[in-house]
Design a protein around this ligand. Structure first.
Ligand code: C2E
Ligand code: MG
Ligand code: MG
Ligand code: MG
Length: 287
């Protein structure tokens, strides 16, 4: 049976491959120029303090304005950038841009904002990260406590000893560290034992079915309690409904981000949102 199906499957597979390969080539060919051509942009997604409903900061999320493909999301090009090595200069660009932003936020109404930046595995394990960060913090006179670096479990676990050393260095500078996509790795609990961190970000996969799946509800509630008893803050990712928001707030989750509050947006729009919120003294969305 395998043999008789083989040919059709092969043809189907190879057509798919061609589209995927074609797109990959379009992305890959352009990726190195894209940095010089200024085709990248940082979008910001607000992070909301659940108790007050106020914006306490943002996560920086990379976007690429590709001349032929239009706006391309990071899930499509970060893996290619990782493989090709471009992730190192690209990651440096992101940190530099983030530092400029934090420096520009020393303005009335914006000075409390924290900025979270995603780190890739290669950035974490390369030697250039700490010197680059030191230079940026120093040049821009940034309060390190307003910078948060997000590392996924899988990135950190690629080289646990190095990651552990890196996190110690980051935290000794006062930079905050969050574990991204918490719960999706194979070793979430050993992670908490091994690494010094400030916050965990509960993955969207657990938040999504809080209302319908009693197991997910229990896992999320227990994760919040566990994090708090270890002295860690908790951010919930991918909050899309009022019911999810109410559940998380009732369980004591500190912060949330998600489409319910806002999608990732250009910097100017985010700043306008923060300013209008503080002028209105308003809660971002009704309870
Ligand atoms: P992440 O760090 O876990 O970021 C959260 C992702 O969830 C973002 O996707 C965000 O737009 C999306 N999201 C936020 N709220 C909701 C929601 O309510 N519903 C749904 N369905 N999605 C939501 P995005 O921007 O496409 O980024 C994807 C991933 O790419 C990020 O996952 C992060 O791992 C990576 N990434 C983004 N920017 C950077 C960067 O500057 N450097 C590195 N190394 N990785 C980055
Ligand atoms: Mg993240
Ligand atoms: Mg995440
Ligand atoms: Mg993710």
């Amino acid at each position: 049976a395998a043999k008789s199906q083989g040919r059709g499957n092969f043809q189907f597979f190879s057509a798919e491959m061609n589209t995927a390969t074609h797109e990959r080539l379009l992305l890959e060919n352009r990726l190195w120029q894209a940095l010089e051509q200024n085709e990248f942009e940082l979008y910001l997604q607000p992070q909301i303090e659940l108790a007050s409903g106020r914006i306490i900061g943002a996560e920086a999320l990379l976007r690429w304005h590709h001349p032929e493909l239009g706006m391309v999301g990071p899930d499509r090009f970060i893996p290619i950038a990782e493989e090709s090595g471009l992730i190192l200069p690209l990651g440096d660009w992101v940190l530099q841009r983030a530092s400029h932003l934090l420096a520009s936020w020393r303005a009335p109404g914006l000075e409390h904002l924290r900025l979270a930046v995603n780190l890739s595995a290669r950035q974490c394990h390369g030697a250039g990260l700490l010197p680059h960060l030191d230079r940026l913090l120093d040049t821009h006179g940034i309060d390190p406590a307003l910078l948060e670096l997000e590392i996924t479990e899988s990135a950190a676990m690629q080289d646990p000893e190095r990651s552990r050393a890196l996190l110690v260095e980051l935290r000794s500078r006062g930079i905050k560290v969050a574990i991204d996509d918490f719960g999706t790795g194979y070793s979430s609990l050993s992670y908490l034992k091994l690494f010094e961190i400030d916050r965990i970000k509960i993955d969207r996969g657990f938040v999504k079915d809080i209302e319908s799946d009693p197991n997910d509800a229990v896992i999320v509630a227990a994760t919040i309690a566990l994090a708090h008893s270890l002295g860690l803050g908790v951010v919930a990712e991918g909050v899309e409904t009022q019911a999810q928001r109410s559940f998380l707030r009732a369980k004591g989750c500190d912060e949330a981000q998600g489409y319910l509050f806002a999608r990732p947006m250009p910097v100017a729009q985010f700043e306008a949102m923060v300013r209008s919120e503080s002028m209105a003294g308003a809660d971002l969305s009704p309870a």
